[in-house]
Write a protein that binds this ligand. Structure first.
Ligand code: BGP
Length: 472
């Protein structure tokens, strides 16, 4: 008999975000979000208004095709589907007092469809989609006012959907705020300059308070809800065995782990207070904020794509930076075409690290390989022979199994971009993650038709066998 380390109630599924799939950027009263003016992704300058070259305006038209897409997820056997609610569909500008009913009704329909197929929703409240008006009028999360706007938005969601949604995530990759202030926090970046540290850290504090308040509100209005934080995880290895490099790793780790520490312990850790002191930053933290922060999360969720190395050597630091989160390339690992270093064992390491550190159930809510796919015909059907994606996912899932065998409590796994979507960092469609190919190209051409890739059938088998079909 084939055995599997995955528990019987393990939740298998996939994940997307509204701005990367829905399109319909101005349909049914939706307001603009920061993504509607980011035609080239994170690092390129924003546009003044939405421009036709912004693929997210149409994305994969999931807003109008959600039923077909969810039926395909059901065909793979999904037990859970992670999606985000577009804040600007519910509160088009962000600072209104009454929500947009047409926006709320859309997610009712999505939930109806999921229920029909027996798929559990996992909802991200804010996934890089701050309403543009809040960015332009208030300076995004740099303003304390956003706590109140987010609170109203979160309360609206818990009241409307609380009886139908068990798992909630407050902010997608909350630890990316300091690295991608506009996308992650709606904080305008001055032309040719950067946002000062004191502004960034204050914004981080506002998000942490908002996240904790949402957790408190969920407990009041939606008993049974489980609220989690969501962080970008990235194991960091010392480039050499020198103590100086090990210390550089500790410092880099702290900069990432502080978010999970606050969400699980309810207060700022000493190493973070030290960072603030050394930077000469005094945060505006009220007694009410401190009290709010004690509303700790039920579980911790995270994305995992890659690991990086770190060094204290300034000269080596300069060459071949890993990604927006910092770090240097690890000479022992291969990378994807976009330079993300592939490291399945790293996933086992972070699962163990997070479990040992936080003792909260973990949910892997993003993992996958961005790759260029080629649509071909096999036995008269259009498909993609994506053995590279199958290998990536297989090897990572084997490591999830290892971590479970280590004793780590893992609630589930939602692979990223379970259907092809627009990339967050580069705004491309050619960086594909899906089990389902969507016929749309970087120049906006394409029929938007959906095709099952080889990995579609592979994942269906993994799910139906509860991981027993993985190749070890
Ligand atoms: C995470 C984001 C996602 C997603 C993913 C893959 O950082 O939470 O929104 O897109 O990374 O990144 P990309 O789309 O840039 O390949």
């Amino acid at each position: 008999m084939t055995t599997t380390p995955f528990p019987a109630d393990f939740l298998w599924g996939g994940a997307t975000a509204a701005n990367q799939v829905e399109g319909a950027f101005d349909q049914d009263g939706k307001g603009l979000s920061v993504q509607d003016v980011m035609p080239r992704g994170i690092s390129a300058p924003r546009s003044a208004t939405p421009t036709p070259d912004n693929l997210k305006l149409v994305a994969i038209d999931h807003y109008n095709r959600y039923a077909e897409d969810i039926a395909l997820f059901a065909e793979m056997g999904f037990g859970v589907y992670r999606f985000s609610i577009a804040w600007s569909r519910i509160f088009p500008k962000g600072d209104e007092t009454e929500p947009n009913e047409a926006g709320l009704a859309f997610y009712d329909r999505v939930l109806d469809e999921l229920e029909k197929h027996g798929i559990q929703p996992l909802v991200t409240i804010s996934h890089y989609e701050t309403p543009l008006h809040l960015a332009e009028t208030y300076g995004g999360w740099a303003s304390r006012d956003l706590i109140g706007f987010y609170e109203r938005y979160a309360r609206t969601l818990f009241e409307r959907y609380g009886s139908r949604v068990k798992y909630w995530l407050t902010f997608n990759e909350i630890n990316s705020l300091l690295h991608a202030p506009f996308m992650s926090g709606g904080i305008p970046i001055p032309d040719g300059g950067s946002v000062p540290d004191d502004v960034l850290y204050q914004a981080m504090h506002h998000e942490l308070v908002a996240s904790a308040r949402a957790t408190r509100i969920a407990r009041e209005v939606a008993p049974g809800a489980q609220v989690g934080c969501m962080v970008l995880s990235m194991p960091i290895y010392p480039l050499s065995p020198s103590p100086a490099d090990a210390l550089a790793v500790l410092t880099a780790d702290h900069a990432n782990l502080v978010y999970g520490d606050v969400h699980t312990r309810g207060e700022y850790p000493g190493y973070f207070l030290r960072t603030l002191r050394e930077k000469g930053i005094e945060l505006d933290i009220t007694d009410e904020d401190r009290d709010d922060l004690t509303n700790t999360v039920d579980f911790v969720s995270f994305s995992y794509y890659m690991s990086v190395a770190e060094t204290a050597d300034a000269e080596k630091k300069g060459s071949g930076e890993g990604n927006i989160m910092g770090g240097v390339q690890n000479p022992t690992l291969e990378a994807s075409e976009w330079g993300w270093q592939i490291d399945p064992v790293g996933l086992r390491l972070v699962l163990n690290q997070f479990w040992d550190r936080w003792r909260k159930p973990l949910f892997i809510v993003e993992n996958g390989l961005g790759a260029r796919d080629q649509l071909v015909e096999v036995d008269g059907r259009k498909t993609v022979v994506d053995d590279y994606r199958i290998a990536y996912l297989n090897d990572h899932l084997v490591q999830v199994g290892e971590a479970i065998a280590d004793g780590v409590r893992v609630l589930g796994y939602t692979s990223w971009g379970c259907i092809d979507i627009v990339s967050a960092s580069t705004a491309q469609l050619s960086k594909r993650y899906g089990f389902i190919y969507v016929d749309r190209n970087d120049d906006g051409s394409g029929s938007l038709d959906r095709y099952r890739k080889k990995s579609f059938h592979w994942y269906a088998e993994v799910i139906s066998s509860n991981g027993a079909s993985l190749t070890r």
